[in-house]
Design a protein around this ligand. Sequence first.
Ligand code: DOR
Ligand code: ZN
Ligand code: ZN
Length: 423
Amino acid sequence: MLIKNAEVCRNHKLETCDVRLKDGRIAEIKKNLSPSEGEKVVEAKGLTLLPGFIDMHVHLREPGFEHKEDIASGCRAAVKGGFTQICCMPNTNPVTDNKVVVSYIKNRAREVNLCKVHPIGAITKGQNGEELSAIGGMKAAGAVALSEDGKSVVNTKLMANAMLYASDFSMKCLCHCEDLSLVDGGVVNEGYYSTLTGLKGSVRAAEDIIIAREICLAESLHLPVHICHVSTYSGIQLIREAKARGVEVTAETCPHYFTLTDAVIEHFDTNTKVNPPLREEKDRLAVIEGLRDGTLDCIVTDHAPHHEDDKNVEYNLAAFGISGLETSFALGYTQLVKSGILSLPALMEKMSENPARILSLEGGKIEVGERADLTLVDLNEAWTIDPAKFLSKGKNSPFGGRNVFGKVKMTVVDGEIKYEEGK
Ligand code: DOR
Ligand code: ZN
Ligand code: ZN
């Protein structure tokens, strides 16, 4: 296949040229390449070719919660969102805490044959926080990292052991940071809007204390750690200071944390209920600054699809989570690039290159010899987010009706077209 005349994002620059794909890899990048006989030509004048997006934090819900999402629907949503690789969290049923579930997910994803799916294993058996899961077996079956996502490992000694075992298997722990004793049933950020609505609030310290703990462990053990979905200005400062003194800490945030504040809870729309909760403007601005100065390495979706029955209930009872795969690029592009905060290549570092580096995955770059995982977008196309049109089973998005720029036109995985708009 030959992709012609696209503006190509490569070596942290944008340049118009042609890209030839062969045997699943990028074979040639030059101006004025002519098609060889029988070669498919994609005319991409006016479009931008990006490294396939990599989402290192997705909930696919299978096995166990297929009414919310399954591997097939989640992968369809992923390629529509421009993702060529996704990593799925272990809070399934049964929990992804052993090699059998890891293999099941890998095999099912292979059958679905859309994007690459990398399972993340649970840190403890059943995510019960009591006993480490069988880490070696999960690694051998294809798990790329460990996480207790949905909660933190409460016992600090167990968490330290998890980091040690993970490193023995060349894996990292991805830490959901939440002290439940401080959350104490809170469902939104504690502040003006929790008072206004009467919804129970949860303080930043509930997140920050565990961020600080994981940093302390990483520092004392001389091991890497990755902090999930950072939402607080104070947590970002902890990570910034840790990085400055050489701690091997990396961190991610999500589009909802740089786009929204807790002001949106005022109307009790349960699509705004997410964990950690939407915070205040000073947090949103700190998330943006953290992305800009490199404190936050990645943008992930924390794609958390839920069934209508989990969301169409009173705010206190609704499930936490936002369906994010189909809006992430447009929100990143509109909020961060259009507004002049990040260059497009810098956004691609957050959405592709850094996740690949942190998890030692192939891809994340457009270079000769790399896997042909590519996303073709129209940066100038304005569109309105309509969750009813999501391919994900989870229509739970607080972004319905929002006008954004940047539309995914085509997603290519290992040189094959896996999504083409309108087809
Ligand atoms: O909002 C969230 N939803 N946060 C989490 O930590 C878990 C996730 C889910 O699994 O629904
Ligand atoms: Zn989480
Ligand atoms: Zn999550």
